[in-house]
Design a protein around this ligand. Structure first.
Ligand SMILES: *Cc1c(COP(=O)(O)O)cnc(C)c1O
Length: 353
């Protein structure tokens, strides 16, 4: 007798960083240490209770218009979803439908292989070089699609627009997705290439730079044809993905650009300060253009530092796999005060060995 278990779509799910219930210094999930703009708070409290009785706008028109205007595109160039995870998953489902493998780096956002497995998409991981950089020639051959974060995670390394333009230009046979989750923290966006290439999709999120991980807003900018295919897939799945409160909050965030830029600058300054402190303590790391630093100590094991920091109620991210990164810690950038406490505790741990 066969069992139903033989026909289950079995997957190994993505494991997000811990969300502790007690008060800790939380540098483990790349959240923004600052709250979103006060305009976001106002917009949320202005939502009438009666609004919640009704289904939200399935077309998310206000949010899409705000995003389109902000980037200088038409609304038909914008797709929104419940965090960029939703946008990325929907894009995998829509565009990665070839027998040829999809390419992405071996060390990258660890959700990519989970979606590929879930949707039965063949894929090939391309190994980063010794310095954790993406080798462009690895992406030369015809394939079923390409997805690369810029800056890459968890390394924080950014590549110039020309690097991606070469890849996009070489692959008219597939869609290239650039995941710009961290681009606002100091690297160059590929959004303008969308005007030139109809096979490029740039994915963004409100979770990191806009400090709205709790709201779940992500979006994609792409050619009108690409966005139409993506929307058709989404509307075949679930029409009401974003709630009314979140839609209002998203618009308000876009409207407060000076607050947005001010907080970005604060995070960037703290990151640069943290880099100096880490170097002094004997850490090495790739030059991060994101809101985290991927660092390794010259003599002390990452797993040990991770556990000791946890005892001091400071959470950072540690990946035991793959082997190549098992001696690294990914440290999200907090406020100046949090990073001072972090550096103080870290130096105690290092001196105590
Ligand atoms: C955080 C992150 C995402 C997902 O963010 P959402 O919160 O789902 O918008 C996507 N890609 C990368 C590389 C990330 O680090």
């Amino acid at each position: 007798m066969t069992s139903w278990k033989e026909n289950v779509r079995e997957v190994v799910p993505y494991t997000p960083g811990e969300q502790p219930k007690t008060k800790v210094i939380k540098l483990n999930t790349n959240e923004n240490p600052y709250p979103p703009s006060p305009l976001v708070g106002k917009a949320i409290s202005n939502v009438k209770l009666d609004t919640l009785r009704k289904y939200p706008d399935p077309n998310c028109s206000n949010l899409i218009s705000a995003i389109a205007e902000y980037h200088g595109f038409d609304t038909e160039n914008v797709f929104v979803g419940v965090g960029s995870d939703d946008v990325l998953a929907m894009s995998f489902l829509t565009f990665f439908n070839s027998k040829k493998p999809v390419f992405f780096p071996d060390i990258t956002y660890s959700f990519y292989d989970v979606w590929a497995d879930l949707f039965r998409i063949p894929y090939e991981k391309k190994s980063l070089d010794e310095a954790f950089k993406i080798k462009q020639r690895d992406y030369d051959s015809p394939c079923g699609g390409i997805v690369i974060p810029n800056p890459n995670a968890p390394t924080g390394i950014a590549e110039p627009v020309s690097f991606f333009e070469n890849i996009v230009k070489n692959h008219p046979e597939c869609v290239v997705i650039i995941d710009e989750a961290y681009v606002d923290f100091g690297s160059k966006s590929c959004i303008d290439l969308v005007r030139k290439y109809d096979n490029l999709l740039v994915v963004r999120t409100f979770s990191k730079s806009r400090a709205m991980a709790g709201n779940r807003i992500g979006y994609a900018i792409g050619g009108k044809e690409l966005i139409k295919y993506l929307s058709d897939c989404k509307f075949s799945f679930n029409s009401y993905t974003m709630d009314s409160i979140t839609l209002a909050a998203g618009v308000a965030s876009i409207q407060d650009d000076s607050y947005f830029k001010e907080k970005l600058e604060a995070v960037i300054n703290t990151r640069e300060w943290t880099k100096k402190q880490l170097s002094t303590l004997g850490f090495t790391f790739p030059d991060s253009k994101s809101n985290f630093i991927f660092a390794k100590h010259e003599s002390i094991e990452a797993a040990y530092i991770f556990e000791e920091l946890k005892k001091a109620r400071i959470y950072v991210r540690y990946f035991s796999k793959p082997e190549r990164i098992s001696n690294y810690l990914r440290i999200s950038i907090g406020t100046d005060e949090e990073m001072q406490v972090f550096i103080d505790e870290l130096s105690k741990i290092i001196k105590g060995v």
